[in-house]
Design a protein around this ligand. Structure first.
Ligand code: IVH
Length: 691
């Protein structure tokens, strides 16, 4: 390709016309971003919106002088930082005192009334979002700096990362913005996004995240802003700090309205009350309804509404007297830890997990829980035989909080040690300094291969039905399958297969047909199926869209991968490492020779679900969550996490209560699995042959 030549210098007239159009486009994009991300009421479709952004990008590319930091195109700067700067908060970021029941709440209220010498006070109740507090500074209406709470006095400058949050306006929606103001609020992850990230991590054999709050905090403290941008962090504004040069709101309720008008998302469930009984009823109600929210809350924050009264009450130490957090109890249970076992993943990573006496936590029976890695086990000091506290984080993933030490007294329990040899193949275990993971060094370890085959043949991968865990293990143990490519030789080994116990003609024929059909899966499925670290559905999709075929991807340097939206340096490196490895190259070559498809046509539009924004909830019979989401994307639909006004369809399986209710509230179509299948059939989709 010829070098792009520098654009000819525009005349002042041309530049002026471009400037006007750029301003106009930015105004429109800001408006639509706000409708979409904050108000949840989009006015235009995706393609019209994309056209606006494309036009703006085009103009900015042609006229570099017109690029400003508050342009909607400038959210991701792309430059990894070395470290975060430290910022001093103008006013300390306080914490809150806690109340754990109605009595403590009433006691707080009594103190407030006494202190003020009044017999009633208006209070604002806000859900207490379980995320992390941040401060946003605006100068002349433009986003100037964002920081974490830190120790309350000093925090970290995470401006570049906060810019990537589409809910945070880069330019406030104010006609005459004050010279400066500060908005404080909570950055959080929805449960769905948390789960999505964990599913991706599980697929990529990375350590699972503990809970949405830690994950949000970790995501915001990434040195590479593209990583932050790839996590869909959200934000609620709950406090208006210093406001210089402008008429300031006189109460919390006015401040919330002011921030909402300025383009910040505020929580829709905030209410104002005059009596503590009403406040207590509000807290009780949310304690029961907390699971229905798309995000986690750990309580309710009660604030005296009037700012003059707040000032009068002041603070004791780090806690304001004018506010209190009513905290909900966590969903926990105590059970016996039977054993700490170790599993071997498809890339050889050893993961300890807890085998528990089954116990019901938050309505679900839990008998296993991941323990992440041995550093984690040591940190918690949990030992086989302990009574442990088990808790559910987010929607499903159970975790062990720690032992009940008082119940250990007098019992001799052995500390856990990571095995030095692989529990499956007996070869040595390696442990890199600085990396929490232990690996089985044997690349031919049957446990790794079994997990890999399972992964390769799963529905999210190459989808070879009938190739369950059992069959994989047998074929591996017999030496019939020594590599993924051996799967494609099974057609010629029918006789051997038929000699196996419990395997008849019909099963073999079916299996061979399935294997044959799997050869036609598009590149994005193959990329997931190969099981490289960090490569889940989204990464694979991005790679397939960009390269279209395996050879082009194999030839791409790391920089080219990093330039793809949603792929950061870590993922790019993992892909390059995987594809550069001799054995993997040979494997891919064998697959190619066996007739496995190596290209994709993802850019093709107009699938049966084109234009649909679909939310899946509950569990389905036919597909796992991953599979159905992959299918929806393949058919041109978008997968949403929370049910919103722009959701066009909710597919509800067993147990999807909260989202179904929300959809019904909004009048969104809810389909069960059968109706969803019927819809697909109606739109001309046929299940792939040989299923
Ligand atoms: S007000 C002085 N409002 O809870 C009052 N905090 O324990 C400062 N939080 O660090 C906080 N939702 O991270 C306030 N609606 C809300 C909140 C909220 C969550 C968090 C925040 C703060 C912590 C206090």
């Amino acid at each position: 390709m010829p070098e792009p030549s520098a654009p000819p210098t525009p005349t002042p007239q041309q530049l002026e016309t471009a400037r006007e159009r750029v301003e106009e486009l930015r105004g429109q994009i800001r408006y639509h971003d706000h409708r979409y991300f904050v108000l949840d009421e989009p006015e235009i479709g995706d393609s019209d919106y994309d056209a606006l952004v494309r036009e703006l990008r085009g103009l900015e590319e042609r006229h570099h002088a017109l690029v400003t930091p508050d342009s909607p195109t400038q959210r991701v700067s792309g430059e990894p930082q070395q470290q975060f700067g430290v910022v001093e908060h103008g006013e300390p970021m306080l914490s809150l005192g806690n109340a754990f029941d109605a009595e403590e709440l009433a006691a707080w209220h009594g103190r407030v009334l006494r202190e003020l010498g009044v017999d009633a006070v208006t209070m604002v109740c806000e859900p207490k979002i379980d995320g992390l507090a941040i401060s946003l500074l605006y100068e002349q209406g433009r986003f100037a700096r964002g920081a974490t709470r830190g120790d309350g006095l000093r925090g970290e400058d995470v401006s570049v990362n906060l810019r990537t949050l589409r809910q945070i306006p880069l330019a406030a929606h104010l006609d005459a913005p004050p010279a400066a103001f500060e908005v404080r609020g909570e950055v959080y992850l929805t449960r769905e996004e948390f789960e999505r990230l964990n599913v991706e991590r599980a697929r990529a054999e990375e350590q699972l995240y503990m809970n949405p709050r830690n994950t949000a905090a970790g995501s915001l403290r990434q040195l590479d802003p593209t990583v932050t941008a790839s996590r869909r962090l959200e934000f609620f504004a709950y406090q208006l700090g210093r406001l210089a040069g402008g008429s300031a709101p006189a109460s919390q309720s006015e401040a919330l309205a002011w921030m909402a008008a300025a383009g910040f998302p505020t929580n829709p469930h905030v209410e104002r009350f005059g009596t503590i009984e009403e406040v207590a009823a509000f807290c009780e109600a949310w304690k029961e309804r907390r699971d229905g929210l798309a995000y986690e809350i750990d309580g309710v924050v009660v604030k005296v509404d009037d700012f003059a009264l707040q000032r009068q009450l002041g603070a004791v130490g780090r806690e304001p007297r004018w506010a209190i957090a009513y905290k909900f109890p966590a969903e926990q249970a105590v059970t016996r830890l039977r054993a700490i076992s170790v599993s071997v993943g498809r890339t050889g990573v050893l993961t300890p997990f807890a085998e528990l006496e089954p116990v019901v936590v938050g309505g679900v029976t839990v008998s296993k829980a991941t323990l992440h890695n041995d550093a984690h086990v040591r940190e918690l000091d949990i030992r086989a035989g302990d009574d442990v506290i088990v808790q559910r984080a987010g929607d499903v993933i159970p975790q062990v909080v720690g032992p009940v030490f008082s119940r250990r007294r007098g019992r001799r329990l052995r500390r856990f040690v990571m095995p030095t040899r692989c529990p499956v193949c007996g070869r040595p275990v390696a442990h890199d300094e600085g990396d929490a993971a232990h690996y089985c060094v044997n690349r031919d370890c049957p446990a790794q291969l079994a997990k890999l085959v399972e992964h390769y043949t799963s529905r999210g991968g190459m989808e070879i039905e009938g190739f369950g865990e059992q069959l994989s293990h047998r074929l591996i143990a017999l030496g019939i399958v020594r590599s993924l490519s051996d799967i494609y030789a099974l057609g010629e080994r029918r006789e051997e297969l038929l000699e196996l116990d419990g395997i008849g003609e019909k099963l073999v024929e079916n299996l061979v047909a399935q294997i044959e059909a799997s050869k036609t899966r598009p590149l994005r499925r193959l990329l997931v199926a190969l099981g490289a670290r960090h490569v889940g559905g989204e990464t694979a999709m991005a790679l397939a869209v960009r390269f279209g075929e395996m050879a082009a991807l194999q030839a791409a340097p790391r920089e080219e991968l990093e330039a793809i939206e949603g792929i950061g340096p870590v993922v790019a490196q993992a892909v390059v490492d995987y594809l550069g490895d001799e054995r993997n190259r040979a494997l891919i070559e064998r697959l190619r020779v066996a007739g496995v498809r190596m290209d994709d046509d993802v850019s093709a539009r107009g699938g049966p679900l084109d234009g649909e924004a679909i939310v899946v909830t509950g569990s389905l019979d036919r597909w796992s969550r991953n599979e159905v989401e992959a299918l929806i994307q393949e058919l041109g639909g978008r997968v949403g996490s929370a049910v919103t006004k722009r959701t066009t369809l909710v597919v509800a399986g067993a147990g999807g209560g909260g989202k179904r209710a929300r959809a019904e509230e909004l009048g969104t179509t809810v389909l069960d699995e059968a109706a969803f299948l019927a819809l697909l059939a109606e739109r001309g989709w046929r299940e792939p042959a040989a299923r």
